[in-house]
Write a protein that binds this ligand. Structure first.
Ligand SMILES: [Zn+2]
Length: 158
């Protein structure tokens, strides 16, 4: 997911980038394309990128254990600035450009932000989605130890 920044004059540009998820280092759970819409604002000192990205993944429902597709979406901003005395360190949202650099690659940022956006809980949302019978039965069965406890508690209350 590269953008050619050579000969860009100051202004706002937009790019639509696509890349196969596995080429970006996603595992097989994400086997389709990653799409990223990038708005790039070039000023004298820096490039400000606003990125909206999405990828479809296959998840296992936490309730019914069925597999289902879910779209993971994220948006973030990141800054690229040309190296100078003040600017030497890279971090997640700040990248240092060398003066002869013509290409920026947003692949790593897009992948990292999408992975952060994967929800911790997965529910398929299907109407038939329910906890499989077996575990329902387990939950509804009263633990015999509780019955014993109830008997112990009752006399105290009276
Ligand atoms: Zn489900």
């Amino acid at each position: 997911m590269q953008i050619n920044i050579s000969n860009l004059s100051e202004g706002v540009y937009s790019y639509d980038l696509v890349e196969k998820a596995t080429n970006l280092g996603f595992d097989d759970q994400f086997d389709e394309i990653v799409a990223a819409h990038v708005t790039l604002e070039k000023s004298i000192n820096q490039l400000l990128l606003t990125v909206k990205a999405s990828v479809k993944g296959v998840f296992v429902c936490d309730r019914c254990a069925d597999e289902f597709d879910e779209n993971v979406e994220t948006s973030f901003t990141t800054v690229y600035s040309w190296e100078n005395d003040d600017v030497t360190e890279d971090d997640d949202d700040f990248h240092v450009l060398s003066h002869d650099q013509n290409i920026i690659d947003v692949s790593d940022s897009v992948r990292d932000y999408l992975l952060l956006a994967v929800p911790a809980k997965h529910l398929c949302g299907k109407r038939t989605c329910e906890i499989p019978k077996q575990s329902v039965v387990e939950k509804e069965t009263v633990d015999p130890r509780w019955e014993k406890l109830k008997e112990l508690i009752k006399p105290d209350r009276n």
